[in-house]
Design a protein around this ligand. Structure first.
Ligand SMILES: *[C@@H]1O[C@H](CO)[C@@H](O)[C@H](O)[C@H]1NC(C)=O
Length: 256
């Protein structure tokens, strides 16, 4: 199932210095740590009273903040890498053509939400926080240029995934408050459909183009999810835990 690989695309994971990752198209360059939220009063008083709270509530709050950062940092419109390959056509021996994929874009990361129940557990020193989460409107597109004896058309490709689910696991050091997101992996994906229009007499290339695209995108998304998106979630969760541990004085005053 090569299609599965594509899903990985849409997954998240963040801000790396990785050279091969396309920068988000818009609003790039904002520091991830420009978080300026306050933990809700109710959560603050709960934590102060030593109540563990509801893991689902925490996860929903964290993912709300993650969605905000994804949009702020431009990961809601992910620029995809260009790609090209050459081909020959039996009917024209000796002639080599080229397929060029460009202006690729993926969207959907900004819809990430909790799937199922989150859980909080702990031993003497560490809190474990885990949950499934997913996106359900992932899609991508490319413009395609075929070059063949001056007769190549311009075509386009779109792809959508019914859903893409991830497994999230993190540890929080009880003494220091240090957060480590140690797992953020693709867990499951729904049906992926792709469509290419405009190939005309080069329609026979469609399947080859789809295969090529999936192979191009799989490592790109794997790196994006394991790097920048995981880092982003880690930074948000750290800021969230920090705000619970050291609430702003104004909030503390309000919460009594
Ligand atoms: C708590 O869990 C962490 C992570 O698995 C482990 O490294 C540590 O030894 C555990 N501590 C205790 C007291 O069991």
């Amino acid at each position: 199932m090569k299609v599965v690989v594509v899903l990985v695309l849409f997954s998240l994971v963040a801000l790396s210095n990785g050279a091969s990752i396309g920068r988000p198209v818009s609003r790039k360059g904002r520091p991830v740590l420009s978080l300026s939220f306050n933990a809700p009063e109710e959560l603050l008083s709960r934590t102060r009273n030593g109540e563990l709270g509801n893991a689902n509530d925490y996860m929903d709050e964290v993912l709300f903040l993650v969605r905000e950062q994804i949009v702020l940092l431009g990961f809601d419109r992910i620029q995809l890498p260009d790609g090209d390959f050459s081909f020959t056509w039996d009917e024209y021996p000796g002639v080599t053509g080229g397929v060029y994929l460009h202006d690729g874009l993926a969207t959907g990361m900004e819809t990430i939400h909790r799937v199922g129940d989150a859980t909080l557990s702990s031993n003497a020193t560490i809190i474990f926080f885990e949950s499934d989460c997913g996106i359900n409107t992932a899609s991508f597109g490319y413009a395609i240029s075929i070059l063949f004896m001056d007769i190549g058309p311009t075509a386009s490709m779109t792809g959508t995934a019914d859903y893409i689910n991830f497994y999230f696991h993190s540890t929080i050091d009880i003494l220091s408050g240090l957060v480590v997101v140690d797992v953020f992996d693709l867990k499951q994906m729904g049906h992926i459909s792709t469509e290419i229009t405009g190939l005309g007499i080069f329609n026979w290339l469609a399947e080859i183009i789809v295969d090529f695209t999936l192979n191009l995108l799989a490592p790109f998304f794997k790196e994006l999810i394991e790097g920048p998106i995981t880092n982003l979630i880690n930074a948000v969760l750290q800021a969230y835990v920090d705000s619970l541990r050291n609430p702003p004085t104004t909030m503390a005053g309000l919460a009594v």
